[in-house]
Design a protein around this ligand. Structure first.
Ligand code: DAH
Length: 375
């Protein structure tokens, strides 16, 4: 602000002449009205209401006026500045409202438009359950073993003591890939493995003793797809070969798995059976984890999970046949082994009330999604 100047004549101060103030105000109001957007308005504001605007400069001159002239000049400049700042505020509000309206239109998202991105799939519950089973055994020191799905006949049958005339080798059950049984071309037979048991042979031939392996995998049989059968299904094979293993170890191992997967307090039972690669052999059942046996003989409380039988069949098991050990170069006098082979689809059906096998193979994401990541 300039210092008071005694010889100062207000009439001579150009910036404070009423016409000048009106002119500056009108110019500001016109510029404000003409500002088409907020950016333009910001520039208008700097030019007409900023520190170096004509009205701000005029305001500064007031201090230099003699006292009698101050009031009049002050009122005039003050009113002009007030009018400008009011106009600025009003225009600012108008332009902001316009911008908001425009943004709503320009940036609107039409959620009904078709989109071209494929929705993410979902993990198949069979995969999750397989891994869960692996985890149970890996925690006990087992290793996960693998084998090919197109398997040499020798591994799938011969080494497992399944004789050439065994019914499982006929065309009815087995998908032959090459050199079908009895063909004259002399080629080694290759089949789609009918069970995961050939991984027992591969493990014994490639690993050092003792062997403790768990092997979930896909297997194939010439069944039609229906509610309870599928030509491609999954098994989990277990093999333990060590010194001094008995059927009691097998039983305890299965009991542990059942507890880990289905919960505490569920007993198992073994029924005598026959498999060429185990001796003795058994079928294993577990107590139905839904009714816990309470539905048996009680027609008022039918159980859909076990068909009111009280038991759920898991699969086959037994002590590894010494002929299998011998075929793999393991001394059956020193080593013994136990094994089992359970169907994973069956476990999934029981554990999650999946009623139709087809749901598991058709790949509809609406089936898999509700299982989430952990089951
Ligand atoms: N491999 C048999 C099948 O698919 C199941 C089986 C039974 C596996 C007994 C075993 C076992 O390891 O000991 O029907």
């Amino acid at each position: 602000m300039s210092a008071p100047n005694k010889s100062y004549d207000p009439v001579e101060v150009e910036a404070l002449k009423p016409e000048e103030i009106d002119r500056a105000r009108d110019a500001a109001l016109a510029a404000i009205a003409a500002a088409g957007d907020l950016e333009a308005l910001r520039e208008v504001k700097a030019a007409h209401a900023g520190d170096r605007s004509p009205l701000a400069l005029a305001n500064r001159e007031i201090g230099a006026l003699p006292p009698h002239a101050k009031a009049d000049a002050g009122r005039r400049v003050g009113q002009a500045r007030g009018a400008v700042s009011q106009a600025l505020k009003k225009r600012q509000e108008e332009l902001e409202a316009e911008r908001d309206e425009r943004v709503l239109v320009e940036e609107a998202v039409d959620v009904t438009l078709p989109y071209d991105r494929l929705p993410a799939g979902a993990r198949h519950p069979l995969t999750t359950l397989s891994e869960r089973i692996e985890d149970v055994f890996v925690a006990m020191g087992y290793e996960v073993a693998e084998g090919p799905e197109a398997e040499a006949e020798w591994y799938n049958f011969d080494a497992l003591n399944i004789a050439p005339d065994h019914p499982a080798r006929t065309m009815q059950d087995t998908f032959f890939v090459q050199g079908a049984e009895g063909s004259a071309d002399g080629e080694a037979g290759v089949v789609l493995r009918t069970h995961t048991s050939p991984v027992q042979i591969r493990s014994l031939l490639t690993r050092d003793l003792p062997v403790y392996v768990i092997c979930p995998g896909r297997v194939y049989r010439t069944d039609e797809l229906d509610a309870t059968h599928t030509p491609v299904f999954s098994q989990v094979e277990l093999l333990a070969v060590d010194e001094g293993l008995t059927m009691a170890d097998l039983r305890g191992t299965i009991d542990h798995m059942v507890r880990a997967l289905f919960g505490e307090g569920l007993g198992t039972r073994m029924r005598p059976s026959y498999f060429p690669f185990t001796e003795p052999s058994a079928e294993v059942d577990m107590v139905c984890f839904v009714c816990r046996g309470a539905s048996v003989g009680d027609s008022g409380r039918p159980c859909r999970t076990c068909s009111s039988e009280g038991w759920i069949e898991l699969g086959g098991c037994g002590m590894v046949n010494p002929r299998v050990l011998t075929a793999c170069g393991v001394d059956p006098e020193r080593y013994s082994g136990f094994a089992f082979g359970f169907g994973i689809e069956r476990m999934l059906m029981f554990r999650h009330n999946v009623e139709d096998m087809r749901d598991m193979v058709e790949g509809d994401v609406r089936f898999t999604r509700p299982f989430g990541m952990e089951i």
